[in-house]
Write a protein that binds this ligand. Structure first.
Ligand code: ZN
Ligand code: ZN
Length: 858
């Protein structure tokens, strides 16, 4: 066998395996008879670089994929790329200092594709270096026609069965991005604004109304009071004049109005917030759209038309103050909805958009058919399902996204949705191959595109072979994902899979935590707590990063990145390497009858396998890795190897071969148990032992060996002897004059003899022990104060006494001494008697343990 270096050279070994591994062993076999295990992996947004958070999530997936493969499953660990959407468009706009409307549509899309391809290339490299067992034969790229044909097919089918429709409806709108966005894309943040108190005039008198958004005054379509508010009864059912803009609106009674907020009268505008939308629908109010798609005021706002929202706000406030309409202002803490991507405050506009019907009850019912790990994450999904106000708006006024395969007839306005067999297509580049019902062939293409979640919410279907394969592999087995996208990716995937195929998307959803920076905050470039995986590859290697991920958390919990944890992982790998390096020239894969100590170790190894298997089945990676580390470091290295060294170095024979094969078994099993976590060092060890790859082996099975209590006793006796030597200040390998072990377990002696460097005799029963007094130790502190100047002589006499007689007298309570003819009675505590333990007449030290006594000759 080749020379093994003293230091574990992670860099050299990891690079070697990255180059030489055969990626085909990770391919899903569509013909296989094995049970399938398809993982609906997250397709990341390929922008920027693969970061620690990605790395952590992919490690979790890889632990599962490798484990299930070893357990005999036909595993698919696909890799998708969720290319479309705002992040890339915004990035392209930033890099090229343009907005989407300043370059031709096709050119803008090309820039987005280029940026995405470059990012995918970088991600590929990082993922390979991390040692992920990705099935590259199942890679998908959502911006490619081969994928977006699936998205378009899903659109056409859901439109056919009435799940997708087009309608004028209020939507959340980002004026900066110039697009509608879904509820799931609105973030809320608290801002301080001003609450303005205004006077409205009606026939019944003045109404005072407080608002934080006076720029929406021209959008006012009504005012509302609480029907139980005694102050305003006379106004209900009447009208009131909107100041400045000078038109009448009705006064409505609605129990939702909070009598304690402002003056207890609210202005209903189209639209300030979601509540406005509810009132607008319930009370069938007219629409006054004052804000346009660019966030500017429309002609409805009269003299303020063309102003931005903030300009209009300033001017309207000024004008109202001049006319004493605003009579009071006060600061207000308010939750403001922001665009998730650019943090611009959103507006609610009524727009003709495409929507997917949301059936919250069906989604919640389907969620119950899925195993949630950890279980409480299901509640988050259900809460979200209950909070969604209106259907999922899926059209976006952007460019880099899947085109909506629809045209509109210029003559009669008919909506022509593409047939499945025409797909994929971009209606802006392809004309429909048929004429309209009215006979016209003059069509206007749909310019809007699909929400990117329309692509990614069919990921489970896509990897399972939808829509082309006859043997569709639904449901898939596992969805791993972060808790931050439960209301989007998980929610939409359940919705779409149920709609399209009538099934749940997965058997199990595993919700993992986020990687936090060393300061405990979410990793971000701006906080400067951002670590790239490549930094860790360079300093400690990919296995160290992977081990940190395993040790750090259980499902659902966030995990903090800490360099000291990475260092600890490296230290363990070095320890494992040292065990391997020591063992390699001594071990042998041979048949031999194991001794007591071997059976203790093999029993412990069985326990480890059982524990690790149970933990892996529950996705408890931390439990698994901790058990492995404890076994390798303490049980194997600190105890077993120390016990059997003498046998390993000793003459050939049954005992030696038993130790050789036991140690081989332990190393080989450890390599397999660790293969899902640390694929590099596991491969290096396993391959050196067997010349085969560990990554095509099966997961260890328990071999049915119980922990031998005799072996366990020997291990504990050995530890007691080590402690004994340490207390005596002896070197651990210092020879001892002889040991007798008393135990009813019939202990074998060869390993103890090696550890103690002594002859060892094993006997049944209890040792015959006597305590012989050997010296008298006068106690100065008792004698001195009592006998003053006579103390010296008393002490000398006491010390000269026969120890056996002194012991007898001390036991009776009084010690008599004669000093120069004078007799003194001393109290018992005036002397301590030193004894020696004797067994069969020889001086010994006794080490007492549970079930055994050890006599060490002095
Ligand atoms: Zn935005
Ligand atoms: Zn027509």
């Amino acid at each position: 066998m080749s020379e093994v270096s003293k230091e574990y050279d992670f860099n050299c070994i990891e690079e070697k395996w990255v180059q030489s591994w055969d990626a085909c062993i990770y391919h899903f076999d569509w013909q296989s008879k094995k049970p399938q295990y398809i993982i609906d992996t997250p397709p990341p947004y390929p922008t920027g670089n693969f970061h620690i958070g990605n790395a952590l999530n992919w490690c979790y997936i890889d632990y599962v994929a490798r484990y299930k493969r070893m357990r005999g499953y036909n595993v698919m660990f696909p890799q998708g790329w969720d290319c479309h959407g705002l992040p890339t468009e915004v990035k392209v706009e930033e890099i090229n200092h343009i907005t989407k409307n300043q370059v031709p549509r096709e050119e803008f899309r090309r820039l987005c594709e280029k940026l995405t391809e470059e990012a995918i290339e970088r991600f590929h490299k990082s993922m390979g270096r991390l040692g992920l067992s990705i099935d590259w034969s199942n890679e998908y790229v959502t911006m490619k026609p081969e994928y977006y044909v699936k998205t378009q097919t899903s659109f056409v089918r859901m439109h056919q069965n009435g799940q997708i429709y087009r309608e004028d409806h209020p939507v959340n709108w980002c004026p900066r991005c110039g697009t509608a966005i879904a509820f799931a894309e609105v973030e809320y943040d608290s801002r301080t604004t001003t609450l303005n108190y205004m006077r409205f005039v009606s026939a019944e008198g003045e109404m005072q109304i407080a608002t934080s958004r006076p720029e929406l005054l021209p959008a006012c379509v009504g005012v509302a009071v609480n029907p139980h508010d005694g102050r305003y009864q006379k106004f209900i059912g009447k009208t009131v004049r909107v100041p400045i803009f000078d038109y009448e609106v009705p006064v409505l009674a609605d129990p939702v109005v909070d009598t304690a907020f402002g003056t207890g009268i609210v202005m209903i505008c189209t639209f300030g917030d979601k509540q406005d939308v509810r009132w607008w629908m319930e009370h069938h109010l007219p629409l006054r759209q004052v804000i346009d798609r660019e966030g500017r005021l429309t002609a409805v706002a009269g003299p303020y038309a063309g102003c931005s929202v903030s300009q209009a706000k300033d001017r309207i406030i000024q004008d109202m103050q001049k006319e004493d309409i605003i009579f009071k202002q006060e600061p207000l803490e308010q939750n403001v909805g922001l665009c998730w991507r650019c943090k611009t405050p959103i507006e609610i506009l009524s727009e003709r958009q495409w929507f997917v019907r949301i059936n919250a009850e069906e989604i919640k019912k389907t969620a119950e058919e899925i195993e949630w790990v950890p279980p409480h994450m299901q509640v988050r999904l259900k809460n979200w399902a209950d909070s969604v106000e209106w259907d999922w708006c899926i059209s976006r006024q952007r460019i880099f996204a899947t085109p909506i395969p629809v045209w509109y007839c210029r003559s009669c306005g008919e909506v022509l949705v593409a047939k499945e067999e025409w797909l994929p297509l971009d209606p802006n580049q392809t004309r429909p191959p048929v004429r309209c019902k009215c006979g016209s062939d003059d069509f206007i293409p749909e310019k809007d595109v699909l929400d990117t979640w329309m692509d990614s919410s069919i990921s489970a279907l896509a990897v399972a072979g939808w829509p082309d394969r006859k043997d569709l592999r639904m449901p898939t087995q596992l969805r791993p994902q972060g808790h931050d996208i439960i209301r989007t990716w998980a929610f939409y995937t359940i919705l779409r899979t149920k709609s399209l195929e009538g099934v749940r998307p997965w058997d199990t959803i595993l919700v993992n935590g986020m990687a936090l920076g060393e300061d405990g905050h979410k990793m971000s470039k701006s906080l400067n707590n951002f670590i790239r995986p490549e930094e860790v590859f360079a300093t400690n290697g990919a296995d160290a990063l992977r081990q940190w991920g395993a040790m750090g958390g259980s499902p659902g919990n966030d995990i903090m990145f800490q360099w000291k944890e990475i260092t600890a992982a490296s230290r363990f790998q070095q320890k494992l390497w040292s065990i391997f390096r020591f063992s390699l020239p001594l071990i042998a894969n041979v048949d031999a009858t194991p001794g007591q100590v071997d059976r203790w170790l093999l029993g412990e190894l069985d326990r480890l396998v059982v524990k690790a298997t149970k933990a892996m089945d529950a996705f408890q990676f931390d439990e698994t890795m901790k058990a492995i580390r404890g076994f390798a470091w303490e049980t194997l290295a600190d105890n077993y190897i120390e016990l059997v060294k003498a046998r390993l170095y000793g003459p050939d024979g049954q005992e030696k071969r038993a130790a050789q094969s036991t140690l081989y078994r332990a190393l080989e099993t450890l390599a397999r148990l660790m293969a899902p976590f640390t694929p590099f060092i596991s491969e290096e060890i396993y391959h050196t032992l067997t010349e085969e790859s560990v990554h095509v082996q099966s997961w260890p099975e328990p071999s049915g060996v119980e922990v031998d209590p005799a072996g366990l006793a020997i291990k504990e006796i050995a530890a007691a002897i080590r402690r004994y030597k340490a207390e005596k200040g002896m070197a651990l390998n210092a020879p001892l004059p002889g040991i007798v072990v008393y135990s009813d377990l019939g202990l074998e002696t060869f390993d103890l003899s090696g550890v103690a460097n002594s002859t060892v005799e094993s006997r049944a029963g209890k040792p015959d022990i006597e305590m012989k007094p050997v010296a008298v130790k006068p106690q100065m502190k008792v004698i001195g104060p009592r006998f003053k100047d006579k103390s010296g002589r008393i002490i000398r006499a006491l010390a000269a006494m026969d120890p056996a007689r002194a012991a007898e007298q001390k036991a009776s309570g009084l010690i008599k001494v004669d000093v120069d003819g004078e007799s003194f009675d001393l109290p018992a505590e005036a002397a301590e008697i030193e004894t020696e333990t004797l067994s069969a007449g020889l001086a010994v030290d006794v080490l007492r343990l549970d079930g055994a006594s050890v006599l060490v000759r002095r």
